[in-house]
Design a protein. Structure first.
Length: 462
């Protein structure tokens, strides 16, 4: 007889599902951060200009943000295992395209494909977990493990890329990614049980095209804006993105079976989770993605030093996400608000760089930010599917992760713009001053996000 309050052991099927979802998510995050370590050599080898360099850093974010919600809805409709394994396949194909690329355009194409494939993996991962684990402590613990894989992938990605990138060997990292994706795709087909799949449901083609097109155009315009806001392509892309997204709302309201039920945003808990995901992506991911760049270009630190510092953040984040499992009864919204507040303190700790500084000055901020980010990942993994019916877990996961990576794409762009505005002549002093301003701005935005999440009181769907 099981003691009251004792944790129930996961079934073999639950354990396999959690393992596959976590490993695949870790691979997506490893892939996501690879250009932070290999980008300098990649652009030099292919003679890429400033515009291509910007796209190399942002292309996967664009693919992720554009495809996440679509992937989540297709997973609910066509089957989560099928879309999950297919996403791993697309991730692998994208890696092959990058590894074999002979021009910046092919690298960008491959990164976009990796974003689309990664979107299918991340959107399905939480849907698979939500289906395998019943609501309650078991799902919370599983979500914490999944959240740990997000933090672990961010840190391990840089370390793996640095280890596999001797001299001009940046392509090796992408070949390794392709091999890992194939192995996981085959394993997923063999060990995962199918869930979702509604043959009687029509796919919302109009919604898919409007949402994916709108997000893609909007993010493409933001990326291109790094070369100037007044250029005609930038204005056209931004206007097109706004128009397509505006058309998406009435199109979904008219649908009998929309790709996302916009009424979900009336549910306070769903709205709070979405706000938390967007803020986390825009500030924590946006600023932390630029840490290796500011350390190398601003302080002259080596790639290895920059990678090890980011690994500290990742390790603390992973440990925190796992430790959250042992906090019984803590409301997910409260945990998310507290986590964002801690993230705000950590981001403020980024604003300490000057010309005489070393990368070690970032250590306190990285540790504090790791605690907040790990707790936020655990909370978001739980809250993303807490307010939607079980049959639409992919929709909830897709919407939450779309908010995160849309925020990340916007955040990375704004950080580059703010840092660049601080150093118009390319001086080290100006770059570091711009970085400090960006970090303090990110801290303020994150704190405001924490306050907003705190005042939203959720009511769960029964």
């Amino acid at each position: 007889m099981t003691a009251v309050g004792a944790p129930v052991r996961a079934t073999p099927e639950q354990a396999r599902t959690l393992l596959m979802a976590s490993l695949a998510t870790l691979l997506v995050l490893v892939t996501f951060v690879t250009p932070l370590a290999t980008g300098v050599r990649t652009t030099a080898d292919l003679d890429a200009g400033p515009g291509a360099q910007a796209w190399l850093l942002s292309a996967m974010s664009v693919g992720l943000a554009a495809a996440l919600l679509t992937a989540g809805v297709l997973a609910d409709d066509l089957g989560r295992r099928r879309v999950f394994a297919g996403g791993l396949g697309v991730l692998g194909v994208g890696a092959v395209v990058v590894a074999a690329a002979s021009s910046p355009a092919l690298v960008i194409t491959g990164r976009l494909l990796q974003g689309v494939g990664g979107a299918a993996v991340v959107a399905c991962a939480l849907g698979l977990i939500g289906h395998a684990f019943p609501a309650g402590p078991a799902r919370s613990r599983a979500a914490a493990v999944w959240g740990a894989s997000v933090g672990a992938g961010t840190g391990l990605g840089g370390l793996i890329a640095a280890g596999l990138d001797p001299g001009e060997g940046w392509r090796t990292t992408y070949w390794a990614t392709a091999a890992a994706a194939v192995v996981l795709a085959v394993a997923a087909q063999r060990v995962l049980a199918e869930s979702g799949g509604r043959a009687d449901r029509r796919v919302d083609i109009a919604g898919i095209l409007l949402l994916a097109g709108g997000i893609s155009a909007l993010l493409a315009g933001l990326v291109q804006s790094r070369t100037g806001w007044r250029q005609l392509p930038v204005v056209v892309l931004l206007a097109l993105g706004v128009l397509l997204l505006a058309a998406f709302v009435p199109a979904e309201l008219r649908q009998v079976a929309p790709m996302i039920d916009l009424r979900l945003f009336r549910i306070p808990g769903f709205l709070a989770a979405t706000v938390g995901a967007f803020v986390t992506g825009a500030t924590v991911v946006g600023l932390s993605s630029y840490v290796p760049t500011v350390l190398q270009r601003g302080l002259g630190e080596s790639l290895l030093t920059a990678t090890l510092l980011v690994l500290v953040w990742s390790a603390v984040s992973t440990a925190t996400a796992l430790g959250v499992r042992f906090l019984p009864g803590l409301d997910g919204r409260v945990l998310l608000a507290l986590a964002l507040a801690v993230c705000a303190v950590g981001l403020a700790g980024y604003a300490v760089l000057g010309e005489d500084a070393s990368g070690a000055r970032l250590l306190p901020g990285l540790v504090v930010l790791g605690v907040g980010y790990g707790a936020a990942n655990a909370a978001l993994g739980r809250e993303a599917v807490a307010y939607v019916p079980a049959a639409r877990a992919g929709m909830g996961s897709g919407a939450n992760n779309t908010a995160r990576y849309l925020g990340a794409a916007i955040g990375v762009t704004l950080v580059v713009l703010v840092v660049g505005a601080g150093s118009p002549a390319g001086t080290t002093e100006g770059l570091l001053a711009g970085w400090d301003r960006a970090a303090l701005g990110g801290a303020v935005v994150t704190l405001l996000g924490a306050l907003l999440v705190a005042v939203i009181r959720p009511a769960r769907i029964r």
